[in-house]
Design a protein around this ligand. Structure first.
Ligand SMILES: [Fe+2]
Length: 135
């Protein structure tokens, strides 16, 4: 079983982002579970749409915060987000073209991407944002 649970080690030290990252993992878990339970297409479409909306919202909020605080690695960070958004877009496309088998793989891929991004890329802004008084 793939683990979509939140772990303390994913903490980036900025409360609002930690909450949003938790929500992202929960949304992915919901998708994975809905696929396992063979929920109907409409239900899946709804859940996938929720994830996409939530992910776009979160990434925008994070980017706005980094830009506002003149984060030195802003450009690179945004570039990483763009890659993720492309993958997510692909996930939605595959869903719409009935490539069901890909969904499990992609759900796991997206989860791993998020976890890696949090631990390797997001983590880099922790000290920086903390030094700007953000926690
Ligand atoms: Fe990020």
């Amino acid at each position: 079983m793939n683990n979509f649970e939140w772990d303390k080690k994913y903490d980036v030290g900025i409360k609002q982002f930690d909450e949003q990252h938790k929500q992202l993992l929960t949304a992915l878990k919901d998708i994975y579970k809905a696929m396992q339970d063979k929920r109907d297409r409409l239900a899946l479409a709804q859940i996938i749409n929720n994830l996409k909306q939530y992910a776009d919202e979160h990434l925008s909020i994070e980017e706005a915060c980094l830009l506002e605080n003149s984060y030195p690695e802003y450009e690179e960070h945004v570039r990483q987000h763009e890659i993720f958004k492309e993958k997510l877009e692909k996930f939605c496309e595959d869903f719409n073209s009935d490539k069901f088998l890909l969904h499990f793989e992609l759900a796991v891929f997206l989860k791993n991407w998020i976890v890696n991004h949090i631990m390797l890329v997001d983590r880099k802004y922790t000290d920086f944002l903390n030094s700007k008084g953000l926690y």
